[in-house]
Design a protein around this ligand. Structure first.
Ligand code: GDD
Ligand code: GTP
Length: 434
């Protein structure tokens, strides 16, 4: 059988995603109504022979993750398991650690997918390419195009346009290497396990040599002990495979793809997944019906069936409304995600924002963020995944309201980040409210 491994990292990752990742793993954050990894699993199940998905991470198994897995197994009717690393083992350390489980019943190759990406992933086409051009012993990487400047934030691939062979690979180079970047999606034949085993042994040897030359390393050096178990997929494996005739690229520059690092990229991903629903799952989109007493819908909008929206509200484009949300009279929402159990009171306006679970927005209040979309004038431009600050100042971006926040009526929140469990008293602009 074919399998897919999705890397979901651990609690120390996802810092740019705070405060949204404070309460739950970033990969479970709902975009267009469903968790980020739900969309990746949906891409996987389009490959008809794929029967098992292994989520590898270092999170303690918690209720949200267990519930997600139970629901996903049921709705997709395939095996989905969570394998917990005892510490962060790096992007390939977990694959090596759980090799016996991955190899069990594996017929040929398996996919490895970074859990913090989104896109219309052409996995079936990638598998066909792999079978026809790469063969049972090789490895395939999914690539897309980026601008020259932005490419340095990703794994960069120099490749032969005739054979698709990867000649050179540099992970996040300091100077320009290539505008073709890694999407964080790989298709590995079983030969990868020998390569991982060799890399693991080499790392152990380096550790032993260091210990004997500097015995102070030896005792109680927990970090060192942990890092020697770590294998980096990109630097330790992919970069070394480039130029050996075993690594090939499947390019997909014509389809939507992005990494999800910042809250701003979630609004971007939301818009694109809603657009994809038009093609793959039109039943998920709200329709602008002629029936009296239904809200006005502009463009693509997802409304959870349990949400209650007043008929005079205007929603869209690119809005997702979570479960049990209440949207009052005259409310206007666009380019935003409203998470479960929120109450948007009459005539409030929410633009380019994310409103966390169980929060309340008072009447006539305006919550607005600044879009951080890719530069429309540059071909292949990606969304900037900036950190929150720039030159010591808060970078204007979408407004994010943490969960259990109460915003009073008749205030304006502009480009603000509000941490969870707050009761706001007044308006705020370009501020983090702690
Ligand atoms: N299980 C596990 N263990 N997962 C991990 C670990 C780990 O120790 N470290 C990272 N991950 C997961 C992250 O949660 C994320 O889903 C994925 O692996 C990639 O992690 P990063 O280390 O944050 O890499 P990146 O996103 O900056 O870059 C990667 O993705 C780019 C595409 O978005 C690289 O693969 C780049 O080459 C690539 O271009
Ligand atoms: P576009 O030309 O479509 O971009 O409209 P606009 O220039 O009015 O855009 P803006 O981003 O300011 O507002 C988006 C939508 O929200 C518009 O339909 C406005 O009518 C509506 N809107 C703006 N401010 C408020 C407000 O304070 N309350 C309510 N209820 N709606 C608002």
């Amino acid at each position: 059988m074919l399998k897919a491994v999705i890397l979901i990292g651990g609690p120390q990752k996802g810092t740019r995603f705070r405060p949204l990742s404070l309460e739950m793993p970033k990969h479970l954050f709902p975009v267009a109504g469903y968790p980020i990894i739900h969309h990746l699993i949906e891409s996987c199940i389009k490959v008809s022979e794929l029967r098992e998905i292994l989520l590898i991470g270092s999170y303690q198994p918690n209720e949200a993750l267990s519930r997600f897995i139970a629901n996903a197994q049921q709705s997709f009717n395939i095996s989905i398991r969570y394998l917990q690393e005892y510490t962060s083992l790096g992007t390939a350390g977990g694959i090596y650690h759980f090799r016996d489980l991955i190899k069990s019943n594996l017929s040929e190759s398996f996919f490895v997918i970074n859990g913090d990406i989104c896109g219309d992933l052409p996995l079936t086409q990638m598998l066909e390419f792999h079978r026809q051009h790469v063969g049972g012993k090789g490895f395939t990487i999914l690539g897309t195009e980026a601008t020259e400047k932005q490419s340095c934030n990703y794994g960069c691939i120099a490749w032969d346009k005739k054979t698709n062979e990867v000649k050179h690979y540099v992970e996040k180079p300091e100077t320009f290497v290539s505008t073709t970047i890694s999407c964080g999606v790989f298709l590995f034949s079983k030969g990868i396990f020998q390569i991982l085993s060799d890399t693991y042994k080499k790392n152990q040897q380096i550790y032993k040599d260091e210990c004997s030359s500097e015995p102070s390393f030896l005792i109680n050096d927990v970090t060192r002990y942990e890092t020697r178990e770590c294998i980096r997929l990109e630097k330790d494996v992919i970069a070394k495979l480039a130029g050996t005739g075993q690594l090939f690229i499947y390019p997909m520059s014509d389809k939507f793809w992005s990494s999800i690092k910042s809250a701003g990229s979630v609004i971007y991903a939301n818009r694109h997944y809603l657009e994809m629903y038009r093609m793959y799952y039109p039943e998920r989109l709200a329709i602008n019906s002629d029936v009296k007493n239904t809200p006005t819908i502009i463009g693509d909008v997802f409304i959870h069936p349990t949400a209650c929206v007043a008929p005079s509200a205007v929603l869209g484009p690119n809005v997702s409304i979570g479960h049990d949300v209440s949207v009052g009279t005259g409310v206007r929402i666009r380019e935003s995600i409203i998470l479960g159990n929120c109450v948007l009171q009459d005539h409030c306006c929410v633009l380019y924002s994310i409103i966390g679970w169980n929060s309340t927005i008072g009447p006539w209040t305006r919550v607005e963020g600044t879009p951080s979309d890719p530069d429309p004038n540059k071909q292949f431009s990606k969304i900037e995944q900036d950190s929150l600050f720039h030159d010591g100042k808060l970078h204007p971006s979408i407004t994010v309201i943490g969960n259990n926040v109460s915003v009073p009526g008749e205030v304006i929140l502009l480009n603000a980040i509000v941490l969870p469990h707050k009761e706001l008293g007044s308006s705020s602009k370009n501020q983090i409210i702690l």
